[in-house]
Design a protein around this ligand. Structure first.
Ligand SMILES: [Zn+2]
Length: 434
């Protein structure tokens, strides 16, 4: 009888010891193989999502983080950008965020830069293993997307010559209760940020006639005050949306307008939102998106799992849903594909300044501040317009036909958005008399 008792005890002790040793070894190996991570990670943006990125990455054991943000802390940031306090208002976001996280996680070193991303050179970006973004605007995303593509070293056939030069980028963004995270790995088959820019909705603009005669929604009432009423009643005074008296005045006039047309829903915050063209930022949406981005960063650095393939979107507006898509690159992408010059039809007397406005609004270009270069003719200069070259500014009032014949190509370069030059084949519309 006792022999069975001893056997049972023996088996139990044996199992206990072997399981304990197994668990101990498992966690020891896991700990030393994953943590700490010494690879350099760049966080772009130290605002709502950037604050989350810094906290998540530091706590995950990433020890060498660099953060860049040109913004200073505003009072309105404090409700969600949790690394900042009242005493920090007016200071640089990158610096305050870095110091806060280093105080909490002393093993993590965070280097901060209070700069524009466009001011840093190629060597700066080359030192990073992964770049993770928490940006609030499309232009900066387009620029960094273009930059990581331009850093890839290729051979004569156009294939990647050095895989160390391929720097993956993880990008997160939120809009109210919705958000998305995506991975961009330059020239590795997945879509880049530029591939989808043509799909972006155009900026919301209200027709002036709607505002003036038949407003339907509260936003129309606010836009009527900012675009029409202000100039009628406060002519010559510069509207400042950071001045509470101005916002209050706009709010009161918009409320009167709404009452007149029986429209409900004009509030002070709606006024501020419409006036500044801002979408409310929701702290928990930032947390969800950043958590997803940081998981991808850790997988990219440790190879501990398959990375997101390659675009995740979640919607928390109507209940909650999340889905991911394997989005392929587009062949005519101006950053990751072979961009084919696009034909642009213009009136034969179109001025250079109007052509620039046309290119800025064109879905294939969406430039902000482009320079234009015409075809070379007998060694003559090809410059049509360059922002930093004052002598070329006189050309703005000249017709395009003076620089280019119908069917010829104009090169377009906007360094704020992309390294690459783009081509537009200018075709003149036949004039009405011909
Ligand atoms: Zn692309």
């Amino acid at each position: 009888m006792f022999i069975y008792y001893y056997i049972c005890i023996y088996v139990l002790v044996y199992l206990y010891l072997s399981i304990s040793i197994y668990i101990y070894l498992y966690y020891t190996i896991l700990y030393y193989s994953i943590l700490p991570i010494e690879d350099k990670v760049l966080v772009i943006g130290a605002g709502g999502i950037g604050s989350e990125h810094l906290k998540n990455l530091a706590l995950a054991g990433i020890r060498n983080i660099h953060v860049i943000d040109m913004d200073t802390i505003d009072l309105t940031n404090l409700n969600r950008q949790f690394l900042f306090r009242m005493k920090d208002v007016g200071k640089g976001k990158a610096e305050v965020a870095a110091e806060f996280v280093m105080r909490r996680v002393p093993t993590c070193k965070i280097t901060h830069y209070n700069n524009r991303i466009q001011d840093m050179n190629d060597d700066f970006y080359r030192q990073f293993k992964v770049i993770v973004c928490g940006l609030d605007n499309v232009e900066a995303r387009r620029w960094i997307n273009s930059k990581i593509h331009s850093l890839v070293e290729k051979d004569a056939d156009g294939n990647i010559a050095n895989f160390d030069s391929v720097i993956p980028m993880v990008d997160g963004g939120t809009e109210g209760f919705a958000g998305q995270a995506q991975i961009i790995i330059p020239f590795c088959g997945v879509k880049c940020f530029e591939c989808s820019t043509a799909l972006f909705p155009p900026q919301k603009v209200f027709q002036l006639c709607t505002l003036a005669s038949k407003p339907r929604i509260p936003e129309h009432c606010v836009a009527w005050v900012t675009q029409i009423r202000w100039d009628e009643l406060r002519k010559g005074e510069k509207m400042d949306f950071d001045n509470p008296e101005h916002v209050q005045w706009i709010f009161e006039r918009a409320s009167e307008r709404a009452d007149q047309f029986g429209i409900k829903g004009v509030t002070y915050f709606l006024t501020l939102g419409v006036a500044k063209n801002i979408i409310p930022a929701v702290a928990s949406s930032n947390a969800i998106v950043s958590a997803s981005c940081c998981n991808e960063v850790i997988k990219l650095l440790t190879y501990r799992g398959h990375t997101l393939n390659n675009y995740l979107s979640f919607n928390g507006q109507e209940g909650f849903s999340a889905s991911y898509e394997d989005v392929k690159k587009i062949d005519n992408c101006k950053v990751c594909g072979k961009f084919v010059p696009v034909q642009v039809l213009i009136p034969s007397d179109e001025k250079v300044s109007d052509f620039i406005a046309r290119i800025n609004a064109h879905p294939s270009f969406q430039t902000k501040s482009p320079s234009l270069f015409g075809p070379y003719r007998g060694g003559a200069g090809a410059i049509i317009y360059v922002r930093n070259m004052r002598s070329s500014h006189e050309n703005l009032e000249l017709p395009m036909s003076q620089f280019v014949n119908s069917g010829e190509m104009v090169e377009i370069h906007d360094p704020e958005i992309a390294e690459q030059r783009l081509g537009a084949i200018v075709v003149f519309e036949p004039s009405a008399s011909s």
